[in-house]
Design a protein around this ligand. Sequence first.
Ligand SMILES: [Zn+2]
Length: 295
Amino acid sequence: MKKSFAIIMILITFVISGCSNSDSVKNNTQESAATTAAQGQVEEQTPEENAAEEQTAGEDANPVADIPYTVHGVPVLMYHSIAVEEGNPIRMPVEQFDAEMKYIKDHGYTTLTLKELYDYFENQVPVPEKSLVITLDDGYSDNYTAAFPVLKKYGLKATVFMVTSTIDVNPNCLTSAQLKEMDKAGIQIESHTVTHRDLDSLSYSEQLAELKDSKAALEKLLGRSVDYVAYPTGKYNEDTVKAVAEAGYKMAFTTNGRWSDKSDGILTLDRVYISTFHSMDVFSNRLTNPNYPVN
Ligand SMILES: [Zn+2]
């Protein structure tokens, strides 16, 4: 194995405003080699450091083998918009999305719901060795028009993290009818807060309101419990973790780039950043190598 890859400590930060202003997605998206920005959030969130240490100390053996399955990580892939926009790493043409979904199908992966992932982490319910989770953030309308048909074609499950203030308000975002249809068809809808503000910039009560109100809105719309949330732009602090528990969420996701595993903390789980700029080789490496180079 190439140990040099493991010591690359590149953290990805996203500054996007959700589907409420699609023009801002490109301009506000930053895929940078920041070394300090993300470290200001929570002290424990240094998965790259941990991975580097593990790999430095270990051998070339399969890093997945011999790890108790309750700790064995699962790639939780993070997509955003499925559309064409040159130069935007988080707006992926449908042809590329189709190719990646076909890869997942053809290579025998099982796509998990978040409940299945939760039960794997917390209730020791086994999952197939080749398991992964597909997530799409923000709730762009193209998730219905472009991503949904591809996911159905290959029989894949996925989760959309929805910004609830945009529902039936912004034409760039998913409507309540689309959300209900997708949710019933295996594309589950979970929370991405009410307004997509950086949670770490808000007071505790404001954070709690973002988390509780979005959960309640989706539960009313979908008629079921909403138990999972992704933090907008991956920003969170200690108050966020307290508020997300108080709001009743069971599991929460950051944008810290690694496979998701229980050692992350069930309310600060890593995800695998998927960029339009990545080749299929980079994509497949992120699905097969837990210590993939984060860049
Ligand atoms: Zn977002």
